[in-house]
Design a binder for this molecule. Sequence first.
Ligand code: HEM
Length: 200
Amino acid sequence: MTTQDTAQRPALRSQRLNQITHEPHGKLDALVKTHAPFATQANFARFVVAQYLFQSELVALYNDTELTAIVPDLPDRCRAEAARADLDDLEAELPEPVAGAVKNPTKAEALGWLFVSEGSKLGAAFLIKRAVGLGLSETFGARHLGEPAGGRAEGWKSFVKTLDGLAFTAQEEAEVEKAAVDAFNRFTVLLEQAYAPELA
Ligand code: HEM
């Protein structure tokens, strides 16, 4: 490894995760925009379908005993129920599960997926403002984008602090990083599925 490589690899795990997911995040953000989720409630409902599918796939992780021992408020952070309620509000059908969900991840892999799911609450601060323009709110139709109990920034900071404080082996380090990228790829698949014409 050259000095330059070392300089480019941040010391904190969360910063390394930010760095390696920067490109997939940018691509996903652009892809979301191509589907104009805030043009109509129907377009937004498709976006919620993707969020619901993604969150549903992570329910087992949010309720995992070993992971909850690391992040005590983990079960409260799950947004699958909120997304399901949003779909009800929007009078959209609950989608069938899509093959290929994460299964039996290791602890480090699970934390990589959760990093992405928790991080997506930051972007949600912007998205909910747009949802308000569609007549929706954190109590109707856009619940899953709402401010988490205890505050958005606070929730993220405490998650990241915990994640950064864990001692990982080199293998776990590789696992958490790969899982974070996998999570972005998965959301992309679910988003495309949610906007697929056959669901119209
Ligand atoms: C499935 C995962 C994610 C999705 C679908 C997602 C989606 C989005 C979208 C669409 C925006 C643009 C909002 C706007 O300006 O209108 C955004 C912004 C943002 N996202 Fe994400 N995001 C995800 C994961 C993450 C993660 C893991 C992080 C942090 C590590 C993050 C941090 C942010 C931040 C800070 C913004 C604000 C604007 C910016 O800096 O680009 N997001 N996100």
